[in-house]
Design a protein around this ligand. Structure first.
Ligand SMILES: Cc1cc2nc3c(=O)[nH]c(=O)nc-3n(C[C@H](O)[C@H](O)[C@H](O)COP(=O)(O)O)c2cc1C
Length: 366
């Protein structure tokens, strides 16, 4: 046994013992069970706020209000189950972004992870009067610069951290379809220019702003390589956390990961107009052949959703998958999902990652 540790992660006065963030996964894949388990192991556990109200009966009647109520309940539950660091992932593309952000701050979530759009409409007064830290999720130096400039000028405040999400991630991707497999957009390539942008602000404000890498990071060795040779302060991982006992999805969702092969991981054109990475199945094949699943939009939950033209409702499809009902849905997954071959506890997974990191460090693996 070694008493060496991974370097801890610091967002101002908030310390995270293990620099591993469990990425937010909607709809309903990462809620209080998974988030609290990760937080208990010293990482950051993240609840996805996306359409989280679906877990309650009232959702069909009043989706917007129910999302806020359910999110508040899940944050409270996670905080009851763990004294560790609990975050909330809120997509800017959600129609109720502001309401979910305000609710998370009021519930004293330790961190917010905001992405899928530029976070230029923050409830800034609430934020300034809270201890909640904000990480922005970006995929380019240009977006990072734009956000930092805007926040500096309009908010007199900077984001507390930056998550760089590369093209190997699961779910909706912040890249054009044709750039996803272009090596110039690999996580290793897009991260250094983002670190440069952040460094300029760090110098100007004499403040450390951690940069986190996400998308396709799978082993402790990967974590080591990114931290040591790309220069990030931590990683965000999602795919690996799906195949854990504590993940909030149905067992059939987890089995979809275990059973998929490399060639099953595909890029879809989501009805919200962005590409997304998912596991191929009958439902997606039929969509590809032009099948339409008629639906009535309950409320336009995503700002950019062209639901009149969409062949299916993305929220309904993701909720079905979360419940293991794959006849009406599909699983989002990262490029490495085919490498997952068993369900483990979060404790086991975190231990494996930490040990893998320390071993790579001792051999200085490049
Ligand atoms: C099932 C699934 C759902 C996801 N949902 C969201 C989401 O709602 N919001 C978001 O910002 N990112 C979402 N992501 C992206 C993850 O948070 C994470 O950044 C990314 O998947 C990291 O790559 P990895 O899965 O290869 O570790 C999702 C990923 C997966 C696999």
């Amino acid at each position: 046994m070694t008493d060496r540790k991974m370097p801890s992660l610091h967002f101002g006065d908030l310390t995270v013992d293990v620099p591993i963030i469990q990425g937010g996964m909607g709809v309903g894949i990462s809620m209080s069970s998974l988030a609290s388990a990760v937080a208990n192991e010293g990482g950051i556990g993240v609840i996805s706020a996306a359409e989280i109200g679906f877990i309650k009966e009232e959702f069909a009647k009043s989706p917007k209000e129910t999302n806020v109520i359910a999110l508040r309940e899940e944050i409270r539950k996670a905080k009851r189950l763990s004294n560790g660091v609990i975050g909330v992932n809120i997509m800017v593309a959600m129609t109720d972004f502001l309401e979910l952000t305000v609710a998370s701050i009021e519930e004293e979530a330790d961190m917010l992870f905001v992405g899928a759009g530029l976070p230029l409409g923050m409830p800034i007064n609430k934020l300034k009067n809270s201890k909640t830290k904000v990480c922005v999720i970006v995929s380019s130096a240009r977006a990072t610069n734009l956000i930092f400039k805007y926040w500096e000028r309009h908010y007199g405040l900077l984001p507390d951290g930056v998550v760089v999400e590369g093209p190997k991630a699961g779910g909706h991707l912040g890249f054009k379809y044709e750039d996803i497999f272009n090596p110039n957009f690999a996580l290793e390539k897009i991260t250094p220019p983002i670190i440069e942008v952040v460094k300029n602000y760090e110098k100007k404000y004499e403040k450390k702003i951690p940069v986190i890498a996400a998308g396709g990071i799978y082993t402790g060795e990967d974590i080591y390589r990114f931290m040591k040779y790309i220069g990030v302060d931590g990683v965000q991982m999602a795919t690996r956390f799906v195949a854990t006992h504590e993940c909030d999805a149905d067992i059939k969702f987890k089995e979809a990961y275990i059973n998929c092969k490399k060639e099953d991981i595909t890029i879809i054109k989501s009805p919200v107009g962005m590409p997304g990475r998912a596991i191929k199945n009958r439902f997606l094949e039929e969509v590809g052949m032009g099948k339409k699943t008629p639906f009535k939009c309950v409320w336009q939950c995503l700002k950019g959703c062209q639901y009149q033209k969409a062949p299916y409702c993305i929220t309904q499809a993701l909720v079905n998958a979360q419940k293991g009902r794959f006849a009406g849905g599909f699983a989002f997954a990262g490029e490495n999902a085919y490498r997952v071959n068993k369900i483990v506890s979060v404790k086991e997974l975190m231990q494996e990652l930490v040990e893998g990191y320390l071993e790579a460090e001792s051999k200085d693996i490049k």
